[in-house]
Design a protein around this ligand. Structure first.
Ligand SMILES: [Zn+2]
Length: 361
């Protein structure tokens, strides 16, 4: 059993990433984004939304006047269109957003008191959005969660990185989302994986099936997740190569002469930056050269050639791909073709083309 009580019959709304970007640009508060979610969610089922202000206020756990205020602004910004002058029929344009990823928000996120360390309370609007973001990634059977930076979440939702981090910490207290204990390390930064409560993911999948929508979500989310999958693939490759280099260079790093030379040279780096006296700079340079010779001599004694060392004198990781150093992108910014998922697909395409042209089979 998960940590949260999931109501049996809940509804949910979806909002596309591009909508968030538009609303963030227009300076919308999270509640404005939520009101849009209600209208857009209804529209994606029934073409139009006929939810009244009081109905919307009840679902979103806010006042009727707040709903009215945001409906007015959404209408002004052209994100929704009031139909035929009625007070409660709206339309949104879904067609252009179909290829974009979307965020699922179960309605009970607005109306349930969750247990935090400081006591029980409702989720804050930004917490709802962050939880929905993690939940949407967790619904994807391929990724089963979100692995990436806080900055990414913040940019998508149009909030600050610190707001995103605070929301994550609060949500972890409620056990609505979980953070995996061991992060991947990418360029010195820890990248954690976040997952939504398992029972909640199952319940949402069920709700999708009920509405005959189960095909749509994986396909849509797959597209936006492809980039993240790529990044995760390469970050794992790099981490593996770095771990291997660390293991392989351990005897060298434990060598007293090497370690001392390495440390002194690092210290000289700092000294060199602060020094302005030409004579003293010359001295530092000479000393650095002597230390470099010690480093390379010791490295050689342990079987490492100079070309295997970084500028600092550390043993470099052996990356699988020489073209991109397992970064996935080449120096000119284009994607590297070493991505196995792509190669597999290319092979399929080539094969299909071959069959068609009569070259195969
Ligand atoms: Zn490559």
């Amino acid at each position: 059993m998960g940590a949260i009580a999931i109501p049996e019959n809940f509804t949910y709304t979806k909002r596309y990433y591009s909508h968030f970007a538009e609303m963030a640009k227009a300076g919308f508060a999270a509640l404005g984004k939520a009101v849009f979610g209600r209208i857009f969610g209804e529209c994606s089922w029934k073409q139009t939304c006929e939810e009244t202000y009081p109905e919307m206020a009840k679902v979103l756990n806010c006042s009727r006047s707040s709903v009215a205020r945001w409906v007015k602004r959404l209408n002004e910004k052209g994100l929704i269109k009031r139909l035929n002058g009625t007070r409660s029929e709206y339309k949104t344009d879904e067609s252009t957003k179909a290829s974009d990823g979307f965020i699922i928000t179960p309605s009970f996120f607005y109306t349930t008191e969750f247990t935090f360390k400081s006591g029980a309370r409702y989720l804050r609007q930004n917490e709802i959005d962050v939880a929905s973001y993690i939940l949407s990634w967790s619904l994807n059977p391929k990724t089963k969660g979100y692995k990436g930076s806080m900055g990414n979440i913040a940019r998508t939702l149009g909030i600050s990185t610190s707001t995103a981090s605070e929301a994550i910490e609060a949500l972890i207290e409620t056990e609505l989302i979980r953070r995996e204990e061991t992060p991947d390390v990418l360029n010195g930064a820890a990248i954690f994986k976040y997952t939504a409560d398992k029972d909640l993911v199952i319940a949402i999948r069920k709700a999708f099936r009920k509405n005959g929508k189960e095909e749509k979500l994986p396909e849509n989310v797959r597209q936006i997740n492809e980039k993240a999958e790529r990044e995760s693939y390469y970050s794992k490759l790099r981490a593996e190569a770095e771990r291997e280099a660390e293991k392989r260079s351990r005897p060298l790093r434990l060598d007293g002469k090497y370690a001392a030379a390495f440390r002194e040279r690092r210290k000289l780096d700092v000294a060199e930056n602060k020094e302005h006296d030409a004579g003293k700079l010359q001295e530092i340079k000479k000393r650095r050269e002597i230390l470099w010779n010690t480093i390379t001599d010791r490295a050689l004694a342990f079987g490492f050639s100079e070309t295997e060392l970084s500028e600092l004198g550390e043993v470099l990781p052996k990356y699988k791909c020489r073209k991109c150093s397992d970064m996935g992108t080449k120096p000119d910014g284009t994607y590297c073709d070493c991505y196995p998922e792509w190669r597999k697909r290319l092979k399929d395409i080539d094969f299909a083309a071959g069959v068609k042209s009569g070259q195969i089979g």
